[in-house]
Write a protein that binds this ligand. Sequence first.
Ligand code: ZN
Length: 326
Amino acid sequence: MNHLVERQWFVQVRRMRRSDPIYKPALLLVVLDLLREGLANTSAIPLAMALQRFDALLVRAGLLDHRRSGRAFMPAYHLSSSSKTEEPFWSLYRSGLPLGACKEPGSNAALLRLADAVRLEDVLALELATFEGIEVAYAAIHQLLEGDGRPDCTALLDAHDTDKSLVEERTTALVRCEQYPFRLDDLEARTMLTVREHVVRDRSLRRAVLPAYDFSCCLCSSRIMWNNLSEVEVAHIKPRSLRGVDDPRNTLALCQTHHWAFDLGLWSAGDDLRVKVATPNLQRGDDLGALRTFDGRRLAEPRRETARPHPEALQWHLQFRFNRAA
Ligand SMILES: [Zn+2]
């Protein structure tokens, strides 16, 4: 999921964190719904339709005060204006023409009279041009709400995140599979997943594995948390692309640097979790000095004993990754 961080959409969503925790994300979510269902395109999102959906979402979340329905207008306005820390998501339009830098209207009703559609900023529109981009955008907002942890954020998330129960089920199943005999290969695994299936799989694996390692790299102990985001990744010991099983015992929690080096086979670990660093014939410009300091150390073990990397998986890595580099 860390590739999210590079997306402009994600950056934007993170920026708005400190302000209104509910209404802007709620409005963005319903706009994404309209795009996914093909009811709008990024250059013309009808506000009336978005506002209706917005109210319906808040009702499902138990957050709508009926006396104040239609309050999506203010977030619609705020998402169109820039401040010191926020860039606009979109511009307001009326009859296909930009409203320009209008002053903040005195009331929702005044804004309603002015705008009938929004048009997304070009960079964001480009990111939302594919289904994958839309899924990434959903994930960014869901993560924002999850990270905030306030009851109204959680209620909104529950009302919108249709994958949430699926993620919980899969996380439980992953932890439960540690009780059964280990099988390195998952022969039934489908390697072609839809983006949505990828996101669910990724979220479940992170939830099953990272807390067991206290969100730290098991090689170097690096631990960076920010806004409920963890830099550490779930690394498969035998990769999924080679039908390595989705089982915590076939994974390690690694920082991005050490994940990269592990996948290249520049280092590995034996059954005793002792680290071995490759000693290849170095070519001009090669430098493994930063890894060398870990040689002979022991990997941190997961708190949940049953999640310990399985010898069979480590053996596979030594044989087919490490030896290739070494
Ligand atoms: Zn590390």
